[in-house]
Design a protein around this ligand. Structure first.
Ligand SMILES: CNC(=O)c1c(C)[nH]c(/C=C2\C(=O)Nc3ccc(Cl)cc32)c1C
Length: 273
């Protein structure tokens, strides 16, 4: 703790607050997610261990970098130290576009989309067992100083060990919940594909693809599978990939590898190599 100076609170992650901090040794600006495990159930505690374990193993330019963790036994707090993303999260970008009645240019949408796919590829194609993020939403997609996309907050993530191909605990934010999660069926990496389709839709339409005033009506819309076309200014290509990702049946959704073969995505992935 003494190695860092805590600066202002900048956000609320799952289970705790995110603070901007300064590492005294080199004045590097980082963040820590402060978690009060004193009030956590055993399950929640093991989830935190899982989060730190997963984050420390994932090393990719489009996933927030994990640096260290500090456990304060007296205060019963754990601090997860990660990289600072100067330009905040995508929820703020969407809010800004809405207030300024502005739209995200199609080219920027593809750039963001490609980086989310690259981050998901790192998670889903991991040889030690695919990692499901499970809580993809605009509030968990961050931008660094260069506006590079950083997938963050693996607070609800899960490593799918080889044998158990499916997970079944029900978590995640209602808006972005997939049909299979609502049906309490089993789900796998295609659930992340669904929620990244929701995120992509929201960057474009500046609202989630499925909205309702209560969970039941929302669930009916999500299972109903009707999606309003994205604004006319955006291409058929974009509309088609979103519809593909938001297929009600998980098997019909593309994998990260199938998404990588879409010409407009393949092209931009090559540019980033
Ligand atoms: C108003 N808050 C912000 O603009 C903001 C900024 C400048 N950074 C953040 C958040 C993070 C940040 O900067 N790095 C992070 C690493 C992991 C997680 Cl879960 C969150 C962050 C936020 C929410």
């Amino acid at each position: 703790m003494e190695n860092y100076e805590r600066l202002e609170e900048i956000g609320k992650g799952s289970y705790g607050s995110v603070y901007k901090i300064r590492r005294k040794s080199d004045n590097q600006i980082l963040v820590w997610k402060e978690l009060d495990y004193g009030r956590m159930t055993e399950r929640e505690k093991s989830q935190v261990v899982q989060e730190v374990n997963i984050l420390s193993q994932l090393n990719h330019p489009n996933i927030v970098k994990y640096f260290d963790k500090i456990v304060d036994k007296e205060q019963k707090k754990i601090y997860i130290i990660m990289e600072y993303c100067e330009n905040g999260d995508m929820a703020q970008l969407i809010k800004k576009c809405k207030t300024e009645r502005d739209h995200v240019a199609e080219d920027v949408v593809w750039k963001i989309f490609v980086q989310i796919i690259l981050a998901l590829k790192e998670c889903h194609n991991r040889k030690e067992g695919k990692v499901l993020h499970r809580d993809l939403k605009p509030g968990n997609v961050f931008f660094d100083i260069g506006n590079n996309v950083k997938l963050g907050d693996f607070g609800l993530s899960r490593i799918l060990s080889q044998e158990s191909e499916y997970a079944h605990t029900n978590v995640g934010t209602p808006y972005y919940m997939s049909p299979e999660q609502i049906n309490e069926a089993q789900y796998n990496e295609k659930t992340d594909i669904w929620s990244s389709g929701c995120v992509l839709y929201e960057i474009i339409a500046l609202r989630p693809p499925f909205e309702a005033s209560n969970h039941l009506a929302l669930a009916q819309k999500i299972i109903g599978g009707k999606i309003e076309r994205i604004p006319e200014r955006y291409s058929e290509d974009l509309q088609n990939v979103i519809e593909w990702m938001l297929s009600t049946e998980p098997e019909k959704r593309p994998s990260v590898n199938e998404l990588s073969d879409i010409p407009k995505i393949k092209l931009r992935m090559k540019e980033r190599e």
